[in-house]
Design a protein around this ligand. Structure first.
Ligand SMILES: CC(C)(COP(=O)(O)OP(=O)(O)OC[C@H]1O[C@@H](n2cnc3c(N)ncnc32)[C@H](O)[C@@H]1OP(=O)(O)O)[C@@H](O)C(=O)NCCC(=O)NCCS
Length: 119
């Protein structure tokens, strides 16, 4: 069971999920993961679209997330969705990698996806 103030998400059983939360006009991606066998089929992008729609439905004007600097797949996905780097947290991860903080505007009515969490 997921119980978290302002939390929401979307998933395809056994294939992938996104968890996010929204509060005070801002939203944050907590987790995004697609199973290795299900990658490069557009699911990650659809899950992100659903999270952006869910955030818009909750009144958020911006979405934030953290990504490891060396995570080329995730960085390419987020760049394609219009996320831009707004900060860097040095040695944020246990392996010493930096985290990049990315941000994207959320403009109501211009977000693809389904606020109900369907992907
Ligand atoms: C990052 C992740 C969620 C992407 O999921 P996905 O379902 O494969 O992504 P999509 O198929 O929707 O890809 C959308 C676009 O992102 C980019 N992309 C995705 N994977 C990529 C890769 N391995 N290399 C380069 N670009 C990639 C491409 O532009 C891709 O479009 P294209 O396939 O038309 O070229 C997945 O690789 C994953 O779960 N990784 C491990 C967990 C993780 O890193 N999560 C993010 C933590 S912040």
């Amino acid at each position: 069971m997921l119980e978290m103030t302002g939390g929401f998400g979307a998933w395809e059983p056994g294939r992938g999920l996104v968890l996010a939360r929204a509060a005070a006009g801002e939203a944050e991606i907590l987790t995004l993961a697609v199973a290795p066998a299900a990658r490069r089929q557009g699911l990650g992008a659809r899950l992100m679209a659903s999270a952006l729609a869910g955030a818009a439905a909750r009144g958020a004007a911006a979405m934030f997330l953290e990504v490891a600097a060396g995570n080329a797949a995730a960085r390419a996905l987020y760049a394609g969705l219009g996320f831009a780097e707004v900060g860097r947290r040095r040695r944020y991860y246990a392996d010493g990698a930096d985290a990049l903080v990315l941000r994207r505007d959320i403009v109501a009515n211009t977000v693809d996806g389904d606020a109900a969490g369907r992907v």
